[in-house]
Design a binder for this molecule. Structure first.
Ligand SMILES: [Zn+2]
Ligand SMILES: [Zn+2]
Length: 423
């Protein structure tokens, strides 16, 4: 099918394009010319490369009551995503070639958008024995991570970087020194003291960021830092990049929008419990600056759906994590772009070309000949974040009730319309 998206403002940061023009989808590729079978009027709309999420917990296999491949990829399509990277902390853990192939096949069979998968760094994500990274690369793993858990052993991390390097794959690090994080429930600081909740010091993150940057330098492996939350982390990544260390980094929308004060504002709402925890105002500013200057390559959701039973409990017993696939565009557009905190091109880059580069994908661009992954965003569409309307099974978001502006109204993945209309 030839689909013409006509007259939209095309923002394609990977090619420094920002102007009104048509985009032709020709089968599964971005086309150049030809007579369309269908024309969509995109006047007043933003036309961007299909969004790419580097950090999605899909919960299948094992926790299908929280999310599954069908519901999670439907949520992705509604949120404007055309490619998502599933984390490996399922039951069983995705730690061998057969499991990787199972996820990729399930994604093809039941997924609405393109599903890539991480393979675990260690067998069972136990942090003890290195998993068969080479086999998993052959099976199609896009990256390696024990996310959900940190890789506490430096030697294991060193080996992972070395083995992943053979396939030029990144190791995605959840940076947390568990001995420092302890039983902390939120950021250690003023608000943890006022609220009487156990705190996690920022050094629990930065100590591991420092270690992993050194290991990347030592091994020449590719390191990708998940969900950075601290100013000092951004500073270290910037310095390491300047020295040529092969490191990339991501930040979540919630770490760009909320501080630890939210635990008070939302009166111990367990949807403010995330890991790493929400930090202070200076951290938020440093993270935004990191996105602006390219130190941080991607905005990633860390979409972490949980069942009500995991969240409607006392703060200390709630599982950390929130959903993000269906809120990110609205949050980024209305709270970061419309407010002037991020330039439009910078924000779109962090959702498209940035994450594509982290994984070495030929996506995240609208260049003719590229895969036909396109998202049309209505920047003026006002909506209220209502979790009961999510395609995701997860309802856990601190943004419920927020008035947002900007929403994906058309998502085309691999040439197929996978979402159309307003959510
Ligand atoms: Zn994590
Ligand atoms: Zn995660």
């Amino acid at each position: 099918m030839k689909l013409l998206i006509r007259g939209g403002r095309v923002v394609d940061p990977g090619r420094a394009v920002d102007r009104v023009m048509d985009v032709l989808i020709d089968g599964d590729r971005i086309g150049l010319n030809g007579t369309p079978d269908r024309v969509v009027d995109a006047g007043g709309m933003l036309v961007v490369p299909g969004l790419i999420d580097l950090h999605t917990h899909l919960r299948e296999p094992g926790f299908e009551y929280k999310e599954d491949i069908a519901s999670g990829t439907r949520a992705a399509a509604r949120g404007g995503y055309t490619t998502i990277l599933a984390m490996a902390n399922t039951q069983p853990v995705i730690d061998n070639r057969a499991a990787v192939e199972w996820v990729l096949n399930a994604g093809k069979a039941r997924g609405v958008v393109r599903l890539l998968t991480v393979g675990a760094v260690s067998k069972g994500q136990k942090g003890e024995e290195l998993a068969e990274l080479g086999d998993m690369i052959e099976g199609g793993a896009a990256a390696f991570s024990d996310d959900g858990n940190p890789v506490s052993s430096g030697e294991l991390m060193r080996c992972a970087l070395l083995y992943a390097r053979m396939g030029d794959k990144p190791v995605i690090a959840h940076c947390e020194d568990r001995s420092l994080a302890g039983e902390g429930l939120m950021n250690l600081g003023y608000w943890s003291t006022i609220l009487g909740l156990r705190g996690m010091p920022w050094v629990a993150e930065t100590a591991m960021v420092a270690r992993d940057l050194m290991l990347a330098e030592l091994t020449g492996g590719r390191l990708h830092l998940a969900h950075l939350s601290c100013a000092r982390s951004v500073e270290m990544v910037k310095e390491a990049k300047a020295r040529g260390v092969r490191v990339t980094a991501e930040v979540t929308p919630h770490h760009l929008l909320l501080t630890d004060e939210a635990v008070n504002t939302y009166r111990f709402d367990t949807d403010t419990r995330v890991n790493p925890p929400l930090r202070g105002e200076a951290d938020v500013e440093a993270l935004l600056q990191g996105v602006r200057d390219g130190t941080i390559d991607a905005i990633a959701t860390d979409h972490a759906p949980h069942h009500l039973d995991d969240k409607e409990v006392e703060y200390a017993y709630a599982l950390p994590g929130i959903v993000g696939l269906e809120t990110t565009v609205g949050l980024v557009m209305s709270r970061l772009v419309d407010t002037g905190r991020l330039a439009l091109g910078t924000a779109i880059r962090a959702l498209t070309a940035g994450p594509a580069q982290v994984l070495g994908l030929d996506r995240g661009t609208l260049a003719p000949g590229s895969p036909a992954d396109v998202t049309v965003i209505d920047p003026a569409r006002e909506w209220t974040c209502d979790p009961s309307r999510f395609a995701s099974k997860g309802r856990n978001t601190p943004f419920k009730g927020w008035q947002l502006r900007g929403q994906a109204v058309l998502t085309v993945a691999g040439g197929e319309v996978v979402h159309e209309g307003i959510a």
